[in-house]
Design a protein around this ligand. Sequence first.
Ligand SMILES: NC(=O)c1ccc[n+]([C@@H]2O[C@H](COP(=O)([O-])OP(=O)(O)OC[C@H]3O[C@@H](n4cnc5c(N)ncnc54)[C@H](OP(=O)(O)O)[C@@H]3O)[C@@H](O)[C@H]2O)c1
Length: 318
Amino acid sequence: MAATKGKLCVTGAGGYLGSWVVQLLLSKGYSVHGTVREPADAKYAHLSKLEKASDNLKLFKADLLDYNSLYSAVEGCSGVFHVASPVPSITVPNPEVELMDPAVKGTLNVLEVCAQVKVKRVVVVSSGAAVSMNPSWPKGKVMDESCWSNEEYCTSTKNWYCLSKTKAESQAFEYAKQSGLDVVTVCPTLIWGPILQSTVNASSMALIKLLKGYETVENKFRLVVDVRDVAEALLLAYEKPEAEGRYICSAHAVWTKDLVEKLRSIYPSFNYPKNFSEGGEEQKLSSEKLKRLGWRYRTLEETLIDSVERYHKTEILD
Ligand SMILES: NC(=O)c1ccc[n+]([C@@H]2O[C@H](COP(=O)([O-])OP(=O)(O)OC[C@H]3O[C@@H](n4cnc5c(N)ncnc54)[C@H](OP(=O)(O)O)[C@@H]3O)[C@@H](O)[C@H]2O)c1
């Protein structure tokens, strides 16, 4: 049956979050244009298996640095979810080319196409990384949407991913101001939850490594949110007429050591870390603004169980 709710574009449709956004939009009756870099690659096979994909999902080959390829994907769409951005699991040798360009120039390319095509609204996926790297924020004070990561601080600490997301988001708002394009951003913290794709993305790898990868691990403070709840937040940001500005999207705050104990109580036989080193400070981020838009989230237990069960099914843990 043909989609009735209109056509939306999702950039990075084959990635971890992108795949869940595509699934959610298809389930809600939208028709979806998804961008991927190599449509023939087997790593996107899961997309064509999604319910309603055969009728309502069309994949476009597009790179964030190629304006024309983006234009073909966005043309005819009333809204865009800009999800694509590099999320490296290791330090990249050339951050300018591998991270900054696709994140920052890529976002501006997407926005220019959206302005040209006159889409109704663009929802840009930013990150908690664009919020929390701010050493001048008062200690202990809850961070809200008025808190921005400090670009000089990200640069001096060589935190290129944080810098890429901070610049991309702030320039997106700058572009929105100049062009009149309706841009809303969502800033998720660490995303966990079941994977749809066959390859393991960087944030899921962080959970998998807690199950079997470390002898000693830093007792970091983690702010976790479920991938399915982030997809719902993005849809709210698109559908709610009153949505504006940025939205922090974070559900659970937990020290790594406590997280491991929680996992151990559910799954006693994994090879968990034996030692925990000192791991930094507690940070508090508020998702109250997103909750006022109607956002709800799952329990941490549900996120952890559904993640691990999916890893088992896809034999990632073997
Ligand atoms: N996972 C987290 O914990 C987390 C937290 C906060 C924010 N985010 C944000 O969420 C978004 C999705 O991340 P993810 O966790 O789902 O990671 P992911 O699975 O690695 O997805 C990244 C996506 O970006 C695409 N991409 C990268 N460079 C590109 C380029 N030059 N041109 C076109 N596409 C490009 C990739 O496309 P290909 O499939 O073609 O490689 C992939 O689909 C990102 O914006 C990320 O910053 C993630």
